[in-house]
Design a protein. Structure first.
Length: 94
């Protein structure tokens, strides 16, 4: 689903104009982004019945070039993970 489709669904469900729905969606996404920035040191950002975002550390490792098979060094990095809350998993039938 694209962001435009998501906004249209929110507008229809809330009986809002597309402009109002867009403003609400942008506010929610912005707050999630700000919460993630604030929680960088903790490495975890919990949103009640939605779920938990965590920052996972990936250590440096040796990989292989799939074309040539030569080993290459992959740098350490961080990855964002999401674990849905139980109510969200139940709604999805998981």
């Amino acid at each position: 689903m694209s962001k435009t489709e998501f906004i249209a669904n929110v507008a229809a469900a809330g009986e809002l104009s597309n402009a109002d729905a867009k403003r609400i969606v942008e506010l929610v996404f912005g707050e999630i982004e700000n919460g993630l920035k604030r929680s960088r040191d903790e490495g975890k950002y919990v949103i009640g019945t939605l779920g938990t975002f965590t920052i996972a550390e990936r250590p440096a490792r040796t990989g292989r070039n799939p074309r040539t098979g030569e080993p290459l060094q992959i740098e350490a990095s961080k990855a964002l993970r999401f674990k849905p809350a139980a109510s969200l998993k139940a709604a999805a039938g998981c």
